[in-house]
Structures are given as structure tokens and as C-alpha cells.
Design a protein around this ligand. Structure first.
Ligand SMILES: [Zn+2]
Length: 326
């Protein structure tokens, strides 16, 4: 009799937990993510069927970010952690690996979307330091791949909602097609697609969309370049004749301002690579809002016509209930 009771009790626990590590919860799959654009992409696929919590606060330097010890508690409770990879979030990955519960895993969305032979090393991310340029998500064709990996992984962990994740992915993919077409139409109107930025976030984008990346001036230790390097960049901007150069919201750059002043190019300091526009709850506070903002800004500052991009309809694919630390 006692043995029967124990068996019944175990079966109830097994069937009630639905793959989640925590039985006393809402039953939703629990997901941790790192930077806000990845949080948004995952939320587009997971919608209200998953609980998504970002770890890297918006507006911080994600390249040097170290999670607080308190993040260990969150990581011990989640079913999966979606990170970019390409060595962007090594401290967070290590903390996750130390704290994840049985069956939970770290999934590197970016690393799964590109062969190592196609990793880009450059001025800000030199090969000698071993960390490639990690910014795949500013290229919508890679962001679509992140969404696909998230769809497949969520479906494997939570098969009951697989059709929902699939439908969301299809809507997301259609939106990426529309964005891609609008970008190409607008970019075709830019007299010279040449980009000098402070933060080096557009290397893969440049390759896909046929932009010449003149350079990015943030050096690998996130300090300023030397006066000699600055002088060389001023010369390069002058001879290229680009009308504008771009700084970033997260990394104010007096040096880039100086390069603008001395080269005669306008200094536009509002680009973003992982700090979403607006605040959580706003329509534009999303990966697609970020892309739209950056590419309208670049097109207009370089003398192009952004009509197509402005006509593009950015939208939430699924209810975004993710938590974005600020
Ligand atoms: Zn970055």
C-alpha cells in the first residue's frame, strides 16, 4: 500500500512539471537572455508562452559586462539561457554554467548562425586578442537565424507550444523580408555607402548590404585611439568625402567629434547596437525598432532617401512580456 502511494505521488510530480525545473510556478518555460536585442528576438518567438528575463542592463557596455552575483539566482532557476556567443558574454556564460540546474543549458544563438571561418576580426576586435566581432544581430539576415534557433530550441523544450513558436517565427521572418527589402531600396539611394563609426557594430551588416566600412575607432580595450591613429582617420574621412560619421548612444566619443570637426564631416552620435529605442512597453523598444532607427539615421545622414524604410511597418510579432533591466 505504501509503495503504491509513493508511485502515484511521483507520477503526479512528473506529469505536473512540464519540463520546468520549478514545480511551484506558472508552468511556463523560463528563459534568460543577455543583451536587449536578443531578449527582444526571443520574446518575438516565445511571446506569452515563455518567461524571458534579460541580464545585461540597457545602456551598459555589454563587451565588458560582468553579471552581479545575484544573477546566479536567476540562472539557477531557468530552463535555458540564450546568449550571443562569439565570446561576447564569457563572464555570463561562466556564471550560468556554474549555476544552471540539471537539464538547463546555455545556447549560443550567434555562434550557431556563423561558421568560425566567417568570424570577422578587425581594428576593435583584433585576432591577436582572440575575440571576434560579435555583432551579428545588426544584420537582419543573422537576426532571422537567431529567431530560427530560438524557435527550434523552444519547441524541443516545450513541444506543446511548438506550433505557436513556428507561427511566430514565420511572421518574424516575413517582417525581416520586408525590412531587408526596405533597407536595400533606401540604401540604393545613398551616393556613397561608406561607414565610419565609433563602436564597431556593423561589420557583418556591411558585408551583407555592400557597405564599405571605413573603420571603427574604438580600440579593443575600449580606450581612445592614439593621436597618430586619430590623424590617420581624419585623413581617411577627408579623402573619402563622406558627409557624416557616426557615434553611439552608449559610448559618447569626444575623439569622433574631433574627427568630424577636423574632417568637415557631420558627427551623428545616436546609433545604437544593443540599447533599444524608447523604454520597455514602447512599440519601438524592440530589435526591429533598433534596426529601423539605425538604418533610417544612416541613410538620411549620408544623403539618401529613407522613404522606403519609413514606410516599413515595424510591429510586435507576439506580446513582449520580457523583462529588460534598465
Ligand atoms: Zn557592441
Amino acid at each position: 500500500m505504501a509503495a503504491t502511494l509513493i508511485a502515484v505521488g511521483s507520477a503526479a510530480v512528473l506529469s505536473g512539471c512540464g519540463g520546468s525545473a520549478d514545480a511551484a510556478d506558472n508552468g511556463k518555460l523560463k528563459v534568460a537572455t543577455t543583451v536587449a536585442p536578443i531578449t527582444s528576438i526571443v520574446a518575438n518567438i516565445g511571446g506569452d508562452r515563455v518567461e524571458v528575463t534579460g541580464i545585461v542592463p540597457e545602456g551598459t557596455n555589454s563587451h565588458t559586462f560582468e553579471p552581479k552575483p545575484s544573477a546566479a539566482k536567476l540562472l539557477s532557476r531557468v530552463d535555458v539561457v540564450y546568449i550571443n556567443g562569439l565570446k561576447l558574454e564569457d563572464p555570463t556564460r561562466e556564471l550560468a554554467e556554474e549555476n544552471l540546474s540539471d537539464g538547463a543549458e546555455v545556447v549560443e544563438l550567434g555562434t550557431k548562425c556563423i561558421d568560425e571561418k566567417d568570424w570577422i576580426y578587425d581594428f576593435s576586435f583584433p585576432k591577436s586578442e582572440g575575440k571576434p566581432n560579435p555583432h551579428l544581430w545588426t544584420d537582419p539576415t543573422y537576426a532571422r537565424c537567431y529567431a530560427k534557433i530560438a524557435r527550434d530550441d523552444l519547441s524541443r523544450r516545450d513541444p506543446e507550444n511548438a506550433a505557436y513558436y513556428k507561427a511566430n517565427y514565420e511572421k518574424f521572418s516575413t517582417m525581416v523580408d520586408e525590412l531587408d527589402a526596405a533597407m536595400r531600396t533606401s540604401f540604393a539611394t545613398i551616393p556613397r555607402r561608406e561607414l565610419l563609426t565609433y563602436h564597431d557594430a556593423y561589420a557583418y551588416f556591411g558585408k551583407t548590404y555592400d557597405w564599405k566600412i571605413i573603420g571603427a575607432i574604438q580600440v579593443s580595450d575600449f580606450e581612445d585611439p592614439t593621436p597618430k591613429e586619430v590623424a590617420a582617420l581624419i585623413g581617411q574621412v577627408r579623402s573619402s568625402g563622406v558627409p557624416a560619421i557616426f557615434g553611439s548612444e552608449v559610448f559618447p566619443s569626444p575623439v569622433l567629434k574631433q574627427i568630424g570637426k577636423e574632417s568637415g564631416a557631420r558627427y551623428v552620435d545616436v546609433l545604437r547596437d544593443d540599447d533599444l529605442p524608447g523604454t520597455p512597453g514602447d512599440r519601438e523598444h524592440s530589435w526591429v525598432g533598433l534596426m529601423h532607427f539605425d538604418y533610417v539615421t544612416m541613410t538620411e545622414a549620408l544623403g539618401g532617401d529613407a522613404t522606403s524604410l519609413k514606410a516599413f511597418q515595424q510591429r510586435d510579432i507576439a506580446p513582449d512580456q520580457a523583462s529588460y533591466p534598465q
